[in-house]
Design a protein around this ligand. Structure first.
Ligand SMILES: Nc1ncnc2c1ncn2[C@@H]1O[C@H](COP(=O)(O)OP(=O)(O)O)[C@@H](O)[C@H]1O
Ligand SMILES: [Mg+2]
Length: 712
């Protein structure tokens, strides 16, 4: 390695022409080798060892992830320090007299590897005469060998971390490696394209999320005041909170915090309300574990009928018409299945006979319930069907049925059905429509439809009915899904998505901690879908098609948006449904102004689809190997070195990267005072053991509360 003469003079000669050159006493090293991802730098002998005072403010140097500048024709390439070390060199970097008779001992040379991440350009602001710096993504020109490496000045640091960008309106923290420069973010970017906050338990995710919400709203309040306007920020943050930590964090908002909890509730809280009548067909299918074959269509039919509200007033003949049509369809299906059904085995013959017998039985009964001419026709039909079966009967067995046998029953069935009145608009109502119906009637109604349709449906449906009844009977769950009296749909939207102008407060916290675990997925899924569909409808109904900016926060995202497994069966489960809902929001939410904030300690278990749609990441400490690898795959190659610091980040520190920042920055989140922190409350064993904290036990009261028996 050739020793570069250490001649400082020429650097100072071309002084004071460009700002970059003026700062030449900030030189800390020179470029030794260059590759797209890594630049090696030889540090000057007099470069700082621990703290650099060169810039006027002390900055730690050299430090991993600190920034350096490499000036070039386009401005300066910004790079962060990825490695620092010492290499022993036989050629000392020696100034002064060279005596070639001397034998040099290996000499320690300090080196560092830096990764180029962006470009800093400068321009003179004509108004103030000051130099303004601007950071852009990407590297315009790679450094060349021998290029000087500089420490950035405080102004340059501010430009790098974006303090002076006017769109960055919300302060979230400071940069410990960049002279504590303020870190600001642009809320449009941060929330507009989904944010993932990842890190181990206790690394500071919840505080970060609570801080982002709080600081955003406070910044908006301040901006409103500064513009001389009155009013509150028209902001919407909806926090789905499985650990029940956020209530305390926003308690200072008082009335303006909409806090939803599973009843019984305390004063100032609202009952969690996820009305079952708002569930769509998919959600019902998942909750009731309705099987695709018979149960699912029946369930959908039951929902449609109840939602159409016509069950009570339906004329009997209309119901009969439906049965006739369904029988006719079943006969046709049998005919279409070919000769097997007739010349086929004993089982097919038996099924055919059973169908005809139930037609005969039902029609005889219907005949008694109607008036002529339908009554007479039904009686004839019943006789025909009986006759056909009797003709083919031989002892306990049946001979082959002929096609004409079945047609002789089906054709009059069809003809008669034409003469009976239609059920009206039952078919036009969709099972997904948010129309109120009495959920308590559903189980019974399904059973009625099943028995009426005959076959073995009744058996199928009784387990379904049991499940639905069980859910409604559960004290906690029943209160959540079938509130009495029911909330109207618009007041539900007011509560959860927020009213006009966010007059009922910008934050809704949905405390899911007491929702029974077997239904928490469906509750989250329904909430998320309704919020998504409401902003979708909002944009559709807005006169200019503008979206309603809304942020949906999901804590413990890995439990709700779990990566899909190969062994999932055909029946859709609530967990799958939940994942699909969030994947859809991740894909399409942006169009409708719905931003996601996903917080998770197991990113490797999160659905890759959802994660891939997140454009900004706030990475806290991540120790686990699988999670680190996953995160490394999400970011471009040249910053992967930065992520090596992830396992050692102290709480409150995080790496911000992605859409909301031109280059990745390590930042320390601003401190939240104790009372504004989400309270997940680490257990305080010692204080309780040593009686420093009171913890009395009353199992009587607890067991009563548990069993839902509050009365003395
Ligand atoms: N911004 C912050 N301000 C103050 N304390 C913080 C901050 N971030 C983290 N902490 C501390 O770290 C602890 C764990 O943070 P928390 O947000 O609950 O982590 P996580 O949600 O990742 O489990 C908190 O109890 C708090 O003491
Ligand atoms: Mg947490």
């Amino acid at each position: 390695m050739p020793a570069r003469p250490r001649v400082a003079v020429p650097r100072f000669e071309s002084v004071m022409t460009t700002p970059v050159e003026r700062l030449s006493n900030l030189v800390v090293g020179s470029v030794e080798s260059v590759s797209p991802s890594e630049v090696r730098v030889l540090l000057e002998l007099d470069a700082p060892n621990a703290t650099a005072l060169n810039t006027g403010t002390p900055v730690p140097f050299p430090r991993l992830n600190g920034y350096v500048l490499i000036p070039n024709e386009a401005g300066a390439t910004v790079a962060y320090i990825a490695w620092i070390g010492i290499e022993r060199s036989p050629f000392p970097k020696r100034s002064g007299l060279k005596d070639f008779g001397l034998v040099d001992l290996p000499f320690p040379l300090r080196k560092m590897f830096v990764s180029p991440v962006g470009t800093l350009t400068s321009r003179r602001d004509p108004a103030s005469g000051l130099t303004k710096y601007e950071l852009s993504r990407g590297v315009v020109a790679f450094p060349s060998l021998g290029d000087q490496v500089l420490l950035p000045t405080p102004e340059q640091i501010e430009a790098i971390v974006g303090t002076d960008d006017t769109d960055r309106r919300v302060r979230i923290g400071s940069s410990p490696l960049a002279s504590n420069a303020t870190i600001m973010v642009d809320p449009d970017k941060l929330f507009g394209r989904h944010l993932a906050v990842l890190g181990n338990t206790g690394s500071g995710k919840s505080c970060t999320v609570a801080g982002l919400i709080r600081w955003s709203i406070e910044a908006a309040e301040k901006a409103i005041k500064e513009m001389g306007k009155s009013g509150v920020p028209n902001a919407r943050f909806i926090v789905l909170d499985p650990n029940g930590e956020y209530a305390t964090a926003f308690a200072d908002r008082g009335e303006k915090l909409r806090l939803f909890r599973v009843p019984p509730i305390a004063a100032g809280e609202r009952p969690l309300d996820v009305p079952a009548w708002l569930w769509n067909g998919h959600e019902w299918t998942a909750v009731a574990h309705a099987q695709p074959g018979a149960q699912r269509p029946l369930l959908m039919q039951g929902l449609r009928e109840l939602k159409s509200g016509q069950m009570e007033g339906v004329p009997r003949t209309a119901m009969i018409r439906r049965y006739l049509i369904s029988y006719s369809t079943r006969i046709s299906a049998m005919l279409n299945s070919g000769t097997i059904a007739f010349a086929g085995g004993a089982r097919q013959r038996f099924e055919c006979a059973r169908l005809l017998q139930s037609i005969a039985g039902d029609c005889a009964q219907f005949a008694g319930e109607t008036e002529d001419p339908a009554s007479a026709a039904l009686a004839t039909l019943s006789e025909t069907a009986t006759q056909v079966v009797d003709n083919r009967k031989s002892g306990n067995y049946f001979n082959d049925f002929a096609v004409s046998d079945l047609e002789s029953v089906r054709n009059p069935l069809n003809e008669l059905a034409q003469t009976l009145p239609d059920l009206g608009n039952t078919a036009s109502i969709n099972e997904d429509e948010p129309t109120f119906f009495d959920v308590n009637m559903l189980a019974e109604h399904l059973e009625r439809v099943a028995t009426e349709q005959g076959g073995n449906l009744a058996g199928f449906i009784s387990t379904l009915g049991l499940r639905i009844r069980g859910m409604l009977a559960d004290t906690r769950l029943g209160a959540v899904i079938a509130r009495h009296p029911p909330t109207s749909f618009d007041s539900w939207l007011n509560d959860y998505v927020g009213s006009d102008g966010a007059s009922n407060g910008p934050i809704a916290v949905v405390d899911l901690s007491l929702v029974p675990s077997e239904v928490v997925h469906i509750v989250v899924s329904v909430l998320a879908r309704l919020i998504f569909e409401s902003v979708q409808r909002y944009r559709r109904c807005h006169s200019e098609g503008r979206p309603l900016p809304t942020v949906l926060v999901l804590e413990e995202a890995h439990t709700f948006i779990r990566r899909s497994k190969d062994d999932e069966g055909p029946a859709i489960t609530a967990a799958q449904l939940c994942r699909e809902t969030f994947e859809r929001i991740a894909r399409e939410g942006r169009k409708y102004g719905l931003g996601l904030v996903l917080s998770s300690q197991r990113p490797s278990e999160l659905s890759p689809t959802a994660l891939a749609q997140c454009n900004t990441f706030l990475l806290h400490r991540i120790v686990n190997d699988a999670d680190q690898n996953l995160v490394a795959r999400l970011v471009p190659d040249n910053v992967s070195g930065l992520l090596r610091e992830l396992p050692s980040l102290p709480s409150r520190q995080a790496i911000l990267l992605g859409w909301a920042t031109p280059i990745p920055v390590l930042l320390e989140m601003d401190e939240l005072p104790y009372e504004q922190r989400p309270r997940s409350a680490d257990p305080d064993f010692w204080d309780v053991w040593t009686l420093a904290k009171e913890r009395s036990v009353d199992w009587v009261a607890i067991s009563k509360d548990w069993s839902g028996n509050k009365k003395e």
